[in-house]
Design a protein around this ligand. Sequence first.
Ligand SMILES: O[C@H]1[C@H](O)[C@@H](O)[C@H](O)[C@@H](O)[C@H]1O
Ligand SMILES: [Fe+2]
Ligand SMILES: [Fe+2]
Length: 313
Amino acid sequence: MTILVDSGSQFEDKNVHSEDTNELVLDGGFPVPNHASQNGFLAPEINSFGHSFRNYDEESERQKGVDEFYRLQHINQTYDFVNKMREEYKKFNKAEMSIWECCELLNEVVDESDPDLDEPQIQHLLQSAEAIRKDYPNEDWLHLTALIHDLGKILLLPKFGALPQWAVVGDTFPLGCAFDESNVLHKYFKDNLDTKCPAYSTKNGIYTEGCGLDNVTMSWGHDDYMYWVAKENGTTLPPAGLFIIRYHSFYPLHREGAYTHLMNEEDRENLKWLHVFNKYDLYSKSKVLIDVEEVKPYYLSLIEKYFPAKLRW
Ligand SMILES: O[C@H]1[C@H](O)[C@@H](O)[C@H](O)[C@@H](O)[C@H]1O
Ligand SMILES: [Fe+2]
Ligand SMILES: [Fe+2]
């Protein structure tokens, strides 16, 4: 699958000169996709429900649920709430299991915040990993990052606290500073208690310009949780992989360019990979399902390379 979207992005197709090799082409030191498999896949313009991707204004039954999801998320995600969640989940006392066992658990999970997908999440993991693998065959860490980026959604399951959907999925945003207008369904922040706190209501809030995203408290959910799990268990994934896991739902930043004043140099480097990743995360969502057993051996070999056999969750 070759995904050609977002013109204006620096990772555009025009930079690719290699037609029949399996090599990555370096453009200014940054790898651009391998289009050897001229399958010519263009990012679809519509999702499997017949709407454009990430359309939060659609008048449909499904969108009503998504709207209600964001109403609850925007009211309930507060600075205090996130700190409580971090404290609880950094105990890593819920389970011991391998990455693959966790992938299988995601078979049980459906994400109510997502207007583009209603397949079991394991399909989404494999669809995005297989799509990125095709275009970046040599970046095995990126394939594995795609496979695990949404594993944190297990927080929805009873064993992991049965958190409500608003505390697990959906786009993420910083707490402790003003909610940027580019957040989807921004209107629902008006009932968030943090808006009553003057210290949290300015552009920088409790942060300083360029402080680095590492120092920013993001809304709680599957991204931050999985980042901490990977780190705690000593993954050898490169920093860009961890960055992707942690910020892939931060659409206000990576799609809208908001909150960039909080980034530091390292964030800006890592963001390039997040831009690459995002296309596959979003546009690979489809009704064409992947044969799990067929691709399993490849992913097991990557898991073995970058993670211990059992992790604490
Ligand atoms: O609805 C989706 C879904 O929950 C994704 O997993 C998350 O990464 C996106 O940001 C969100 O918009
Ligand atoms: Fe996600
Ligand atoms: Fe995803």
